[in-house]
Design a protein around this ligand. Structure first.
Ligand code: C5P
Length: 210
């Protein structure tokens, strides 16, 4: 069984995808980490994320980087959003994601284009969203907890810029798949968001052709 979870930054899609993976005992891939690893590698090599050549060369990143805590930073998130708009970068990472999705037994993947491009045949698709103010508050609290000093307004501006870039790029823009169900987490606790997500997946599995 393949479960696709898409949505914008800090919508709660990562938490929901991890919980679904635990619930259904499936492996999970956070595909944003792949783009973050490319962004980090470009920065480490002194390159420019806006250069398709630099970004494509960085797709050979070392897998150990996927566990690097530096990938969580806002700077790397922005670099990831810039490199991910290059069609050549998306093409270089697609096979790895599709292999993960199509492994025997299935998988849960979260990202921006899982239900539309990576696994359009997924058995269940969720599109997770929350207002930009709520997402900025969550991300700001997370950054402050880990010792950051960035202001809420700056985080909100970054989130809006990233949403705009992710949803207006020509290659695999962030958009809800026609057959995805919407889950708005703006006013839900983590626990109720997870419970709703499981109910929505169950509802889609019931409707699946036998
Ligand atoms: O989800 P996360 O915030 O870690 O993703 C970082 C960036 O990677 C996003 O802003 C988006 O531009 C890009 N991304 C993407 N396609 C995916 C996952 C992430 O373009 N499937």
């Amino acid at each position: 069984m393949i479960i696709a979870v898409d949505g914008p930054a800090a919508s709660g899609k990562g938490t929901i995808a991890r919980a679904l993976a635990r619930h259904y005992k499936l492996p999970h891939l956070d595909t944003g980490l792949l783009y973050r690893a490319v962004g980090q590698t470009v920065l480490d090599r002194g390159g420019d994320p806006a250069s398709e050549t630099d970004a494509l060369a960085a797709c050979d990143f070392d897998d150990a980087l996927l566990d690097d805590l530096r990938l969580k930073s806002g700077t790397v998130g922005n670099a990831a959003s810039v490199v991910s708009a290059h069609p050549a970068v998306r093409a270089a990472l697609i096979e790895r994601q599709q292999r993960f999705a199509n492994q025997p037994g299935g998988a849960v993947l979260d990202g921006r284009d899982i239900g539309t491009v990576i696994a359009p045949h997924a058995d269940a698709k969720l599109f997770v969203r929350a207002t930009s103010a709520v997402r900025a508050r969550r991300r700001h609290e997370e950054l402050v907890r880990s010792g950051g000093t960035i202001s809420y307004d700056r985080v909100l501006a970054d989130i809006k810029a990233r949403d705009l870039r992710d949803s207006t790029r020509s290659a695999a823009p962030l958009k809800q798949a026609d057959d995805a169900v919407l889950l708005d987490t703006s006013f839900l606790s983590i626990e109720s968001a997870i419970n709703h997500a499981i109910e929505l997946v169950e509802g889609q599995l019931v409707k699946r052709p036998a």
